[in-house]
Design a protein around this ligand. Structure first.
Ligand SMILES: *Cc1c(COP(=O)(O)O)cnc(C)c1O
Length: 458
């Protein structure tokens, strides 16, 4: 498989290079040159198959054989999904006659990012060993991504990982999930500043060419193609379990960066029948506004109870736009330049008509989110996290959706304050993390100052 940049002006690359590069050199995102097709029989055979077998069927066409052979890829996938603490990896839980939760939070850090990052860490290790290279991964986090990236990279050969977080500004659960990992290649840096300061420091490190090349800097952020394709797998798993390809269903996806729902779109392009994607947002609703009216204009980010979706620029949306523009890289590059400069996408009006065939947006505010958490607890005795509640609340508003699968993106214990506020019950950590508050922490606190941080990383 070859990959092209959405902006049409970067080299065409194979899987290995796309994995290591992340962003394309022209500022675009890599997408496969064509969509591999799975047959109706391929999809039928997924019902009841082990997760890693479905993963093999879905992911194999995206990775060249000479990068990773069949036997090795199978081994890698079996090893990756064995670390999840549910035998089905992503089990379905029925909520009512037509609604299911797809639980994506059974990985080491209790959020769906583990599903992709656990595979990414192993792919990096494999390809770096083959090439005799090593990388230094640097990233900034306000919560979920940092811990998932650290868990994915811990003790992996040829990788050092440095994660910056704003000192005193992440929740205790989230901080401890990062700082209690006991591995010599994991380095937590608490910056005396805000999340934006952390992001600026990371950007500055990447923009320092000497530093970047000396340390072979790399990132595992949400635009990495391998993360998308790893997420495509569970759409097939859930679809096949509920009757695909002979029935189509609606997927409801709580989203921020559009990564998770775009992975569903990829499944659809590969042959999974989908009735509709319901894109659920909190009050940071740029995507909902676009799907409703074609208005894609940036607004200030407002903190919400579902912080992992507090985003105004959904980077992976560019991949969908590329297809909506019939894959014209130069047209897309122009639209993005315009968007960055003016804060709104002027081509939006026509594109939203196209997008509306498959996507609908729904917005849920904090009060509605708390009400959903409370109602689910009262009727089913089940605790759900605020991101999942945004999705479930959006699903309840949809009519004619048919069989509906809501993606449950985090374990309730990851956001205990919101859950307790809604229900009066504080969710317990699952057994694998039960002693989190007793484990020793390791981190270095540094001033918000580039030179000092660079010296530390060196
Ligand atoms: C990252 C995250 C999201 C948003 O996912 P995107 O791929 O950015 O749309 C939703 N819920 C949780 C719990 C997350 O960690």
């Amino acid at each position: 498989m070859q990959y092209v940049s959405t902006r049409g002006a970067a080299p065409i690359l194979g899987f290995e290079d796309v994995l290591l590069a992340g962003l394309a050199r022209d500022g675009g995102l890599y997408v496969p040159q064509h969509w591999p097709q799975l047959s109706a029989d391929d999809i039928r055979a997924m019902d009841g198959a082990p997760y890693h077998d479905v993963a093999f069927t879905v992911i194999r066409p995206f990775i060249d054989d000479d990068a990773i052979g069949d036997a090795e890829l199978r081994g890698l996938l079996a090893e990756t999904y064995a670390v999840f603490d549910h035998p089905a990896v992503t089990p379905l839980r029925q909520m009512d006659s037509a609604t299911w939760l797809l639980e994506l939070f059974h990985g080491p850090t209790l959020a769906f990012k583990d599903i992709a990052l656990q595979l990414l860490g192993r792919l990096f290790e494999r390809i770096l060993a083959k090439r005799g290279e090593s990388v230094t991964i640097v990233g900034a986090t306000s919560g979920d991504t940092g811990s998932a990236a650290i868990e994915a990279c811990r003790n992996r050969d040829n990788i050092d990982i440095f994660i910056l977080h704003p000192s005193g500004r992440v929740s205790e659960v989230q901080r401890r999930q990062m700082t209690t990992v006991d591995a010599s290649n994991v380095h937590n840096i608490a910056i005396e500043g805000t999340f934006d300061d952390c992001q600026d420091l990371v950007k500055a490190m990447f923009n320092d060419a000497t530093f970047r090349d000396d340390l072979n800097l790399s990132a595992v952020n949400s635009i990495n193609w391998a993360r998308i394709v790893a997420q495509t797998v569970y759409y097939f798993v859930a679809g096949a379990a509920l009757g695909a390809p002979d029935r189509e269903m609606t997927f409801v996806v709580p989203t921020g960066n559009f990564g998770n729902v775009y992975a569903g779109y990829v499944a659809h392009r590969m042959g999974l029948p989908v009735k509709r994607f319901l894109v659920a947002s909190n009050r940071n609703d740029i995507l909902t506004r676009f799907f409703e009216s074609g208005d894609m204009s940036m607004a200030p980010v407002v903190p919400s109870l579902s912080p992992s979706m507090d985003i105004q620029v959904s980077s992976n949306f560019e991949r969908l736009l590329f297809d909506l523009l019939d894959r014209h890289g130069s047209a897309l590059a122009e639209a993005m330049t315009d968007f960055r400069a003016s804060g709104s996408l002027t081509a939006g009006g026509n594109l939203h008509v196209l997008a509306r065939h498959l996507f609908t947006g729904r917005r849920r505010d904090d009060a509605q989110t708390l009400a959903t958490i409370r109602a689910v607890h009262e009727t089913l005795g089940l605790l759900i996290d605020p991101h999942t509640a945004v999705g479930l609340g959006a699903a309840a508003e949809a009519d004619g959706a048919g069989k509906t699968i809501v993606l449950a993106t985090a374990h309730p214990a990851k956001f205990p304050d919101a859950v307790e506020k809604a229900t009066g019950v504080r969710p317990a950590l699952p057994p694998r993390l039960a002693d989190l508050f007793d484990r020793p922490e390791r981190m270095s606190t540094l001033p918000n100052e580039l030179a000092g941080v660079q010296e530390f990383v060196r």
